[in-house]
Design a protein around this ligand. Structure first.
Ligand code: BG6
Ligand code: MG
Length: 217
């Protein structure tokens, strides 16, 4: 029995992928490190520090803990500046309608985002009030693909993991949801999100009845 829907934020609720990309690029350009949209795709769903580790591995870099902390802080300062300018216009097409429709059907709704900025972002785009719970990166030690953030969300909702459906746009997120024992709806490319139960290109394409029919309920 499906009781709750758990939403990743970046790339599912709001299109922040480009903002994260630019926040890294200011630093990588200055430092002369290679960084492009292909590397950025590998960062989807990863925590700040795990993202930096990917950039370091790609560039064969070794940085001290202190240097890594300074870079992460700078990346976040860059990103936080973009949040102040965010509004309802940053919602992905169809996501608000989907959330309202699920809520009207009586399902519990949660966010489970790697981003420690999730509460701030959701407030800026004006939809934080729709959720029964917001789990963010500050609530767990291990980021996606570990299942921790999704298990935290289920626990906060008081719903068993097998009764939750996750919406995810990142491979690491689909893996995390699977590891948590949840069903997964992918948002994006079917070829990339092949371990999801079903995939829609965008939230606006989600047909709730068709989606529910995939879960044998
Ligand atoms: C995730 C994004 O939601 O949040 C990642 O997909 C990002 O790209 C991560 O690195 C961490 O976000 P923040 O804002 O806490 O650094
Ligand atoms: Mg995402």
């Amino acid at each position: 029995m499906i009781e709750a829907f758990v939403f990743d934020m970046d790339g599912v609720i709001t299109d922040t992928v480009e903002y994260h990309c630019r926040s890294w690029q200011v630093i990588t350009d200055r430092e002369g490190w290679e960084f492009d949209s292909t590397i950025n795709k590998k960062l989807l769903g990863l925590t700040r520090v795990d993202s930096l580790k990917q950039i370091m591995a790609h560039n064969n870099l070794r940085l001290s803990k202190e240097e890594m902390a300074a870079i992460c802080k700078e990346k976040n300062d860059n990103f936080v500046k973009t949040i102040a300018a965010m509004s309802e216009a940053d919602l992905l097409p169809g996501i608000k309608e989907l959330l309202v429709a699920l809520k009207n059907r009586g399902y519990k709704l949660s966010v489970a985002s790697a981003s420690k900025n999730a509460p701030l972002v959701l407030n800026s785009i004006g939809i934080d009030g729709l959720f029964d719970n917001i789990s963010d990166g500050s609530h767990v030690k291990q980021g996606k693909p570990a299942p921790d953030i999704f298990l935290h969300a289920a626990n906060q909702l008081g719903v068993r993991p097998e009764n939750c459906v996750v919406f995810e746009d990142a491979v690491a997120g689909v893996e995390a949801a699977r590891a948590a024992g949840m069903r997964v709806v992918g948002i994006g490319d079917l070829g990339v999100l092949k371990h999801a139960d079903c995939v829609y290109a965008s939230p606006k394409d989600v047909d709730i009845d068709e989606m529910l029919s995939k879960f044998d309920i």
